[in-house]
Write a protein that binds this ligand. Sequence first.
Ligand SMILES: C[S@@+](CC[C@H](N)C(=O)[O-])C[C@H]1O[C@@H](n2cnc3c(N)ncnc32)[C@H](O)[C@@H]1O
Length: 196
Amino acid sequence: MEKEKYDFSGALKGFAEHYEDGNSPVWDIGRPKQPFIEIANQVVEPILDAGCGTGDTSIFFASRGLKVIGIDFVENAILRAKSKVKGHNLPVEFLVKDAVTLDEWDIKFNTVIDSGLLHAIYDREKYSNGLKHILNSAGRLYVFYFKDDPSSPGGGISDNELKGIFADGWKIESIKSVSEDNDEWKMNFAVILRKS
Ligand SMILES: C[S@@+](CC[C@H](N)C(=O)[O-])C[C@H]1O[C@@H](n2cnc3c(N)ncnc32)[C@H](O)[C@@H]1O
């Protein structure tokens, strides 16, 4: 059956509304999502937290002494993230940046954290090409995303679609079904290796 087409072209405006003054996005739970806590010991710096929101996952890794850059295309999200670390002297930097432009960046990383971004990306091919560009060989992408389910906004991402997005230059090491903290959404957690 043809999947419902979800229109992410207005993504920036839609996400920005979630971060307007007084709004608290439903995903903003004050700490990383559980799968990222579980893999914390495996993560190698420098880390990119793509679509970092208000920065809790970035701050979690930076508090463990790891160098992190968090990016989000919503300025208000980045302002909130910056205010959380002000005066704490952590190895973390927050930037307003569209994750679909990573192919234009010169910085290299050993880890990319994607906590809830991939399923919302309007151009997944350009995003994965950008990831390929900024991730060092043998680096890993850890991605937490809506699985292929009728309850998922946009229909989520099937295993086959994931394999299509991360085909050449990647090895999908694992895809695991995980429950989200509020149990409302059906989520997957994948570990994807950047091959040489
Ligand atoms: C579901 S939220 C997750 C936020 C955070 N990672 C977390 O786990 O709480 C997705 C985030 O990705 C950001 N985002 C969506 N598309 C983006 C893009 N193309 N470039 C950068 N950030 C983007 C949104 O602004 C939002 O903050």
